[in-house]
Design a binder for this molecule. Structure first.
Ligand code: SF4
Ligand code: SF4
Length: 428
């Protein structure tokens, strides 16, 4: 059992105001690739993939550029063009990441070669997971899902894990019919007992469309209160199944597999048309952005190039990649985004919090923490270097949601303290 107790659902969390303007209101905008792209060979903090191309090689959209030694990380070219070399770039998550530099061919020469489509029913679990990996789709718990019978219940997440990010909800709204076909095929391929499609209660229009597609299909639509961070896979499982994901575990420990709408769309592209993942959708917002919204961009754009797509209403002072409560502050316009970056908040103010002050023991962090941690106590352990006394406070249960920082009236960097404890406990 984890630390939240046996009660169904979870405690804590906060209702956050919806984004204004609502970036989910309009369909995703398509954009063109720039003349030169720097395609990072590591998406997050993992080891970089090994390049398979050399300077002078011509590539087409979907050409495999790099592969990790274990074959699980694959990077494809989003454009047709010529490889100019491998350089090093900074991403929001790591510095000095190798990146393949590709000079794009003119727009008239960007024809996408036809992939190998898989018609009819989807292949069984193991083959489906291999196919996903071959096309660069990052599936959660891929190795475990490949085992037949591992998934009892599929949860298709149509909510966004970060506040103000709307990539998932917009992807679901833009591709509702193919995504529901994909959900039905996935249900059969994994031999699931049950599939739930989850949307926020603030989207009754979308829930109604989805329910209209339910008859004859093996899934149910669940409209849920989106109390942040409800869309986190662990909390979705807690709310829908009453099962608490163990501290070091995954939703599969409860027999549930959570796949978000964007990943399901990528998987659908890989299976139905043989298309590798080389473009991604990003929510662009913040008071310095002229036209906030969701943009489809090639992998390998810099922050500056992405922001130019939406135009600037003011000089940016602070740019955050990821959720505005728990994201990473970007060091400059030349930082290259990876396809795991789903949200970019561009602000005209520095947004600096007041300097940290002494804890006033208000208990707000305890009340807000969705997994029942004591962020203040963990922060104290980190401050005092008493990591030996941190383990019993279960820092590894932290979901990195950032709520403790958000609610703290003393501006204490609580989440960072919890993360420090987590890193020491993991390595200790
Ligand atoms: S960041 Fe971690 S400790 Fe802080 S509220 Fe979220 S889950 Fe709790
Ligand atoms: S929210 Fe901040 S001030 Fe209140 S108890 Fe937690 S650490 Fe202390």
């Amino acid at each position: 059992m984890g630390i939240c107790g046996k009660s169904r659902g979870w405690r804590g969390g906060v209702f956050l105001l919806p984004p204004r303007p609502d970036t989910a209101e309009h369909p995703v905008c398509s954009t063109r690739a720039p003349a030169r792209l720097h395609i990072p060979l590591a998406q997050d903090r993992e080891t970089a993939a090994t390049p398979l191309v050399e300077p002078g090689h011509t590539v087409k959209p979907g050409t495999l550029l790099a592969e990790s030694p274990d074959g699980n990380g694959r990077v494809h070219s989003p454009v047709a063009g010529v490889v100019r070399g491998v350089i090093h770039v900074d991403t929001p998550y790591r510095q000095h990441v190798p990146a393949v530099q590709v000079e794009s061919a003119p727009p008239g020469q960007q024809e996408v070669p036809a992939g190998v489509p898989h018609t009819g029913d989807w292949p069984a679990a193991a083959e489906l997971v291999s196919l996903a990996i071959a096309h660069g789709v990052i599936l959660p718990d891929a190795a475990a899902v490949a085992r037949a019978g591992a998934v009892n219940r599929i949860i298709v997440n149509g909510m966004d894990t970060a506040p103000r990010q709307t990539v998932n909800v917009r992807t679901l709204a833009d591709h509702v019919e193919p995504l529901m076909l994909a959900a039905a095929r996935l249900h059969a391929a994994l031999r699931a007992q049950r599939t739930d499609v989850v949307v926020s209660r603030t989207r009754p229009d979308l829930a109604a469309v989805l329910r209209g597609l339910c008859p004859g299909r093996p899934f149910r639509v669940r409209a849920m209160m989106n109390r942040y961070p409800q869309a986190h896979p662990h909390l979705l499982v807690a709310a829908l199944t009453g099962c608490e994901v163990p501290i070091h575990g995954s939703p599969l420990d409860c027999g549930a597999w959570v796949i978000d709408a964007v990943t399901l769309w990528n998987l659908y592209g890989a299976v139905a048309s043989g298309s590798p993942v080389a473009w991604h959708t990003i929510t662009l917002l913040g008071d310095a952005v002229l036209t906030p919204g969701n943009y489809r961009v090639p992998v390998g754009l810099t922050v500056r190039q992405v922001v130019e797509r939406a135009g600037l209403a003011a000089t940016p002072q602070r740019i955050v990649a990821g959720g505005w409560l728990n994201g990473v502050t970007v060091a400059g316009g030349n930082v290259v985004l990876t396809r795991t970056t789903r949200c970019l908040t561009v602000q005209s103010r520095s947004g600096r919090r007041p300097p940290p002050a002494a804890c006033i023991r208000c208990g707000a962090c305890l009340e807000a923490c969705p997994v029942g941690l004591d962020p203040r106590a963990l922060y104290d352990r980190a401050e005092q270097n008493r990591f030996d006394r941190a383990e019993r406070l279960h820092p590894r249960a932290c979901l990195d949601c950032g709520l403790c920082d958000y609610v703290c009236p003393s501006s204490l960097p609580l989440m960072r303290g919890v993360q420090w404890c987590c890193e020491h406990v993991r390595s200790g």
